[in-house]
Write a protein that binds this ligand. Structure first.
Ligand SMILES: Nc1ncnc2c1ncn2[C@@H]1O[C@H](COP(=O)(O)OP(=O)(O)OP(=O)(O)O)[C@@H](O)[C@H]1O
Length: 278
């Protein structure tokens, strides 16, 4: 039975291979509902693969995955519960903004016309403008509007801000926060830009080499990681350089921010893979 405590995403030893390439290995995750999840990792870490498995466009090679308590992409009802914006904010370049909204209304049973029109108006998009003539930021906003108006319970956004300048990125993330608060939707957002994710995410997943390096609610993760110069305190584990993991802050320790934390785990994984290859 699906309840409010049903996780939006639950995986158990999930694995995905493309031929001889292991894109994801032994990935075990549990993401509670209502979170804005930052999915970070270097190029080739497996982020797009995990997002593809989550929305059901890919199937697992090993292990299991449940999204909102069901098999991803299992049927039309499940597809309607998940909104997916792939990399590069895909839109139909020859169709106008208004055409996109009409198409959204025809294809999505829970389409929220008033939300779509309100967002297009507040963004200052001309309904008659062809999507191919919008700027990168406007295209990203249009793709986000369509995903939001679908009234999905989970929004999956694969590097939605990658092509945007700093001002457009900030505007996009601010809008995302506003409508997440309005709609109560859960979001999984991948990015290389940890600084951006820090502004919006309350749950973090760090992937590297196809494996989960770190996952959890941001407040919990920040509470057990600290910056310590000098000798490793008793009971602490060194993640990378000054960043250590231990339940209580040792004397003289300084707090870490999300960017430092993500980088520490990604660097540790990179160093380990070079060591393993040597
Ligand atoms: N269709 C495919 N066929 C073969 N290998 C693939 C395919 N898609 C991804 N891969 C490989 O799987 C691994 C993970 O790729 P994935 O695209 O999931 O990583 P990513 O973290 O999203 O990377 P990026 O940040 O560069 O977009 C990489 O080694 C990649 O080369």
């Amino acid at each position: 039975m699906i309840t409010e405590s049903t996780p939006v995403l639950e995986t158990e030893r999930l694995g995905k291979r493309y031929g001889h390439t292991a894109a994801l290995t032994d990935c075990t995750l549990r993401v509670p509902a209502g979170r804005i999840v930052g999915l970070v990792g270097p190029n080739g870490a497996g982020k797009s693969t995990l997002l593809g498995l989550t929305c059901g466009v890919l199937g697992p090679t090993t292990g299991s995955i449940e999204v909102l308590g069901n098999r991803p992409g299992g049927d039309a009802a499940q597809l309607a519960r998940v909104g997916f914006v792939a990399q590069d904010a895909p839109v139909y370049r020859g169709l106008s903004v208004a055409d996109h909204l009409r198409l959204g209304a025809r294809l999505n049973p829970r389409w929220d016309r008033s939300l779509a029109e309100r967002r297009v108006g507040s963004l200052g998009l001309d309904p008659a403008q062809k999507a191919g003539r919008l700027s990168g930021g406007q295209r990203a906003q249009l793709a986000l509007t369509i995903a939001a108006a679908k009234r999905a319970e989970l929004l999956i956004l694969d590097e939605p801000v990658a092509a945007l300048d700093p001002l457009a990125r900030r505007a996009f993330l601010r809008d995302l926060l506003a409508f997440v608060a309005e709609l109560g939707v859960s979001v999984v957002l991948s990015s290389h830009l940890l600084g951006d994710l820090e502004q919006v995410c309350d749950h973090l997943i760090v992937l590297a080499g196809g494996r989960v390096q770190l996952a959890g609610d941001v407040d919990d993760l920040l509470a057990v990681h600290h910056r310590v110069s000098g000798a490793l305190p008793a009971g602490a584990e060194r993640v990378h350089e000054e960043v250590v993991r231990c339940a209580a802050a040792p004397p003289g320790a300084r707090p870490v921010d999300l960017e430092e934390l993500g980088l520490a785990y990604m660097t540790r994984a990179a160093v380990a893979s070079i060591g393993g290859a040597a």
